[in-house]
Write a protein that binds this ligand. Structure first.
Ligand code: LLP
Length: 448
């Protein structure tokens, strides 16, 4: 592995850099969009989504790359990702419904069921009746029974708890959390039993979200455990402890997503090529069970495919949130700058203490001063940042909050009875509203 702080990701080029920083956005264009559509306003650049997909495909040329749609399920984003050739990984019936509506064929759709509500399983099975290529990933043997009860005998992938977690915050380190996946030491058994009733096509694990270069060892550890498990399933006779078991033919080994992006202005981007090489070498060769026996006779055997599931990496730096300063208040500590976006629009700082870059697009050459940027919600957590050096904000200024494309609109809520913001998509030089701003009427629409 090369120096993790190296900027020189070999999959990145001048035309397609590893990260688009907040400073790289055209401030005049963002100002014009805010004037036309008002704030708070999300802007998502579909051309950048396409670039991110291209870098992923370049770094993982022989892998299945599946977009974890929970990062941003907007229809325009889904269509862009589909056209860019990625598959879709879904976490709920709602996500499945969106993905199918965006035109993903069933054989490019993967549903990862976590303690799935009955309603979601019903939906997934009916979707499978229409699209038999769909794959359901289960994290408990119990879910297999629930699928069988519904007449499902299609493609199944078993999610394993690898016992290794990683990620930007303890709340997103799923890999070591017992909630997710079949315990590693029981996984082989569950897979073999599943293979008797279903078409088992893969095994899956996910370390967590927001893995940076410093956490690649955990990623490697997870992948190598998955490689070992896959080999013991594909070639049980060579695995020692499972001699006599029937081989399970795995189409793929899915090692999850989690590739981090640099939120801080001076944080280095991940070198995706490095990550890809580390992943491939940690996985090792996993023969397809049906070809292992005659590998020598035929030359190179068919191997199980590596699959990855990035969400954040696809959309994070393709999005910004625009917000207007409505109040400035000097205090003994520092000036508090009140803005019209809040934790209801972008929850990550409140929920994970996440850092998002902020820029005063109206600041011109005003002197920089450290400020607290706070929203309009009645909660102390409703703060986007403290001690942020911004060009002296004044009432009416437009601020941009960067790297907001992943888990931004997606985690927005109507708390404090706040309508959710609008979203504009940029593509080929054009801008179009892809989500209208909610109105006060929308707040009571489902009430009786
Ligand atoms: N695959 C599975 C099974 C997942 O649960 C997730 C994310 C991903 C893939 C994609 O992970 P990514 O590449 O986006 O890191 N709301 C949090 C992130 C939660 C991620 C949950 N699972 C945040 O804003 O940081």
């Amino acid at each position: 592995m090369s120096d993790p702080t190296s900027e020189a990701a070999s999959t990145a080029t001048d035309e397609n850099p590893s990260v688009r920083r907040l400073a790289d956005w055209d401030a005049d264009r963002l100002q014009a969009l805010a004037s036309e559509h008002d704030t708070p306003l999300y802007v998502v650049d579909l051309d950048r989504v396409r670039e991110n997909c291209a870098r992923l495909r370049d770094a993982f040329p022989d892998a299945d790359v599946r977009y974890a749609v929970k990062a941003h399920t907007g229809q325009a984003v889904l269509e862009t990702v589909r056209e860019a050739g990625l598959d879709a990984e879904c976490a709920s019936a709602g996500e499945l419904d969106r993905v199918l509506a965006a035109g993903f064929p069933g054989d490019r759709v993967h549903y990862t069921a976590v303690n799935p509500p009955a309603r979601d399983l019903d939906y997934a099975v009916s979707a499978w009746n229409e699209e038999p290529g769909l794959t359901i990933t289960v994290g408990a043997a119990d879910t297999l029974d629930r699928l069988a009860e519904r007449g499902y005998d299609g493609r199944v992938c078993v999610r394993v708890n690898p016992g290794v977690g990683a990620g930007h915050h303890e709340k997103v380190r799923t890999g070591a959390d017992v909630k997710f996946g079949v315990p590693y030491d029981r996984a082989a058994q569950v897979v073999r039993e599943a293979d008797e009733r279903f078409d088992v096509v893969g095994i899956h694990a996910h370390a967590g979200s927001g893995i940076d270069a410093g956490q690649l060892d955990s990623h490697r550890e997870l992948v190598s455990r998955m490689g070992e498990l896959a080999r013991s399933l594909a070639t049980p006779d060579e695995a020692g402890d499972a001699t006599g078991a029937d081989p399970v033919d795995l189409e793929y080994v899915d090692v999850g997503g989690g590739f981090g992006v640099p939120y801080e202005e001076d944080a280095p981007p991940l070198d995706l090529q490095d990550v890809a090489e580390a992943t491939r070498s940690a996985l090792g060769r996993v023969p397809r069970a049906d070809t292992a026996a005659d590998a020598d006779a035929d030359g190179a055997p068919t191997e199980a495919t590596l699959a990855v599931e990035p969400g954040r990496y696809v959309v994070a730096d393709a999005g910004v949130l625009l917000t207007t300063v409505n109040t400035t208040k000097p205090t003994a500590e520092e000036t508090v700058v009140g803005v019209d976006a809040g934790m209801t629009d972008l929850l990550r700082p409140a929920m994970y203490d996440a850092y998002h870059p902020i820029r005063n697009l109206s600041g011109g050459d005003r002197e920089e001063t450290p400020v607290t940027v706070a929203g309009p919600i009645c909660e102390s957590a409703d703060v986007f940042g403290t001690k942020r050096p911004l060009a002296q904000p004044e009432r009416g200024d437009l601020l941009a909050i960067g790297i907001a494309g992943a888990y931004g609109y997606e985690m927005a809520s109507q708390y404090n009875s706040r309508p959710r913001p609008a979203e504009v998509a940029l593509e080929d030089g054009d801008a179009r509203v892809v989500r209208r701003r909610e109105t006060l009427d929308d707040l009571t629409r489902v009430e009786r």
